[in-house]
Design a protein around this ligand. Sequence first.
Ligand SMILES: NC(=O)C1=CN([C@@H]2O[C@H](COP(=O)(O)OP(=O)(O)OC[C@H]3O[C@@H](n4cnc5c(N)ncnc54)[C@H](O)[C@@H]3O)[C@@H](O)[C@H]2O)[C@@H](O)CC1
Ligand SMILES: Nc1ncnc2c1ncn2[C@@H]1O[C@H](COP(=O)(O)OP(=O)(O)O)[C@@H](O)[C@H]1O
Ligand SMILES: [K+]
Length: 503
Amino acid sequence: MKILSPEQLKRVETQTITIQDIELINLMERAANAILNWLKSKIDVSKNSFTIICGVGNNGGDGLALGRLLWEEKANVKIYLQKNNSYSLDNLTNQKRLKDLKIPFEYYDETTKLEIIPNSILIDAIFGYGLNRPIGDEWKPIIDQINQSPNTVISVDVPSGLFCDQLNSEKDPIVESEVTLTFQTPKLSLLIPENQQYVNEFEILDISLDLESIEKEDSQLGYFSMNYVPQFYFKRPKFSHKYDYGNVLVIGGSYGKIGASLLAAKAVFKSGAGLVTMYVPKCGYSVIQTALPEAMVQTDFSDEMITKFPNVERYDTIVIGPGMGTDEKTYRAFEEFLSENDLSDKKLIIDADGINLLSNHPNLLEKLPKETILTPHDKELERLIGSWENSYDKIEKIQSFVQSHELVIVAKGFITQTFLANGEAYFNSSGNPGMATAGSGDVLAGIIAGLYAKQYNASEAAIFGVFLHGFSGDVASQQLGEESIMATDLINYIPVAFKTLFG
Ligand SMILES: NC(=O)C1=CN([C@@H]2O[C@H](COP(=O)(O)OP(=O)(O)OC[C@H]3O[C@@H](n4cnc5c(N)ncnc54)[C@H](O)[C@@H]3O)[C@@H](O)[C@H]2O)[C@@H](O)CC1
Ligand SMILES: Nc1ncnc2c1ncn2[C@@H]1O[C@H](COP(=O)(O)OP(=O)(O)O)[C@@H](O)[C@H]1O
Ligand SMILES: [K+]
């Protein structure tokens, strides 16, 4: 799903109205109904109280419409509307609808001491994507009252005060929401770590904006959610052979870090590859033969580290890096491997120490085949592309890096971002903090390799691999709780993840 700017959202809104032959007020009613239905799916609204704080634009209009719908559901509702002499047209229409039904609302200004109904759910409908300058200090007391109240705060579309696609200043007053209910497509600011204090959680509510109009908008940013999973379904043909599912080589491991390459190799198998061979220092041999009898093993001359890369002719997909170390001898072997082989028809995934080696010797980047997938976490990424000022700057820096080197970068984190070689970036929607555990990244590299080895291209393997990894983590967390998840659990839940996603 594309992530759009406020200007683009406005355009899609206008096109939707024309294509669907409706009025903006109908969209506002849809938005309010979508929130009502979301609330009803969580609580019995008739037994709850709501305090709704509305602004002067359409976000405020959504709040007024919601107030009316909640009132009709017999909820206890208190509606506040900002005192002003200029309101949006549909805000005014909703004011009239309230008046016609004799539903009371009160005005507030910057000096008002809000009387929030005790224990009510506080609905923040002051500003949405129309915010075009920071909220002035005069409104700080209102935002402060919302943030200091003990009530649960639900923001409509965007926490009020938060820009959709640029960084706020630290002193801007912004609502700290428990849940943000955003319409149709997530706004970029909801996905940015700087804003976690305001966003906490968000959910996307469908208001049936015209999907073709969304797709026509030019945006390099996307959000990968469950809706897009079915297109990744692949049924194994009856008359297929293990070689149809890829022949993968995992190069990695060093003394004390054989486990990392083992985790990656297991994940390669579990995500569907046909054959896996592991190339490790000698000390890994018996460990792997015992722990993963399905894998073939080749060993380096060295007991403790990789000093020479193997012949890779018969493999189509190669993972380099998990647990490999950055010893000078390993580096030289890596350089020799990249310089002396024609890798143009190989699918490469480089993780961990493999990335560190590239950062130390950026000349090697030019030797990678097109669309090699790199899977750095933030520290590894910084070594590779340099530091960034903030998340927006980070996105731009990665975009220019992937485009100039024709690589795919999976920038791992709480919300992992996958950058394709053309600069497109996809934000992932699965995963949980239980996945912040040793070896989790090795599993991801393995999953991506397992998919890449099969029928998926580099972009698909990276985007879907990241989702599958997070989804395995989500299934694991439902069964085990976040605290107890270990990387091995992520592997063990890949089958349940596949079954849940594809039946
Ligand atoms: N995406 C969609 O298709 C839909 C969006 N709707 C709602 O419409 C919202 C956008 O509505 P609007 O465009 O009216 O914008 P907002 O309701 O976000 O508010 C914008 C108003 O506030 C003013 N303003 C902006 N920054 C200000 C500041 N710092 N201090 C004081 N005033 C400021 C603007 O001039 C404008 O009058 C969305 O967030 C959503 O809640 C729904 O009503 C219907 C469907
Ligand atoms: N808070 C979090 N929420 C969701 N996913 C997370 C979180 N923390 C880490 N992850 C995921 O776990 C993996 C950790 O990878 P990495 O940092 O390389 O760990 P390791 O080196 O221990 O394998 C990444 O895929 C990352 O996206
Ligand atoms: K809002």
